[in-house]
Design a protein around this ligand. Structure first.
Ligand SMILES: [Fe+2]
Length: 161
């Protein structure tokens, strides 16, 4: 059976690949398929990435808080970063919606580029910290019954999609 941290780390690999594509696309809005790529990325971020964040917020972190207090620790930090990521995401998605109506809209391009850059940089650092620090702590301390509880929540969240 997979461990929750293994599932989440695998998600990270997929996300990092998509971030590369996102970065290339916002650096070249003129490429002929950028509209299609951006609208596919919108779906990916809104569905896959948001569910990934919810798995951490509602399943993994609550169990970890039984041995690491939230405030001033790494979990509080990760949650704050999620909040910033949601904001950047909302902003670049507004930009993508405007861009899909008019590819030459400078405001749309600016909105996407600025927020995508902040999102990509923060999310890369965030993933690095989770993979190399937080998940190691989880693997060290989570008991079997906690792992089962987290896995059960993951399944429920996948079903609810
Ligand atoms: Fe994550």
């Amino acid at each position: 059976m997979s461990r929750p941290t293994e599932i989440l780390s695998n998600d990270h690999k997929v996300v990092l690949e998509k971030l590369k594509l996102f970065e290339q696309t916002v650096n070249n809005f003129k490429s002929p398929n950028s509209k299609k790529v951006l609208s596919d990325l919108k779906v990916f971020f809104r569905k896959e990435v948001d569910v990934h964040f919810k798995k951490e917020e509602n399943a993994l972190f609550p169990e970890m808080e039984k041995f690491i207090p939230r405030d001033e620790g790494p979990i509080g930090q990760m949650l704050m970063e999620h909040e910033d990521l949601y904001k950047y995401e909302d902003n670049f998605i507004n930009g993508i919606d405007l861009f899909s109506k008019d590819e030459n809209n400078d405001e749309a391009q600016k909105l996407i580029r600025e927020n995508a850059t902040n999102y990509i940089n923060l999310l890369r650092e965030h993933i690095y910290k989770e993979d190399n620090m937080l998940f190691m702590m989880a693997d060290m301390h989570l008991e079997d019954d906690q792992i089962n509880e987290i896995m059960k929540k993951f399944e429920d969240m996948d079903k609810a999609q």
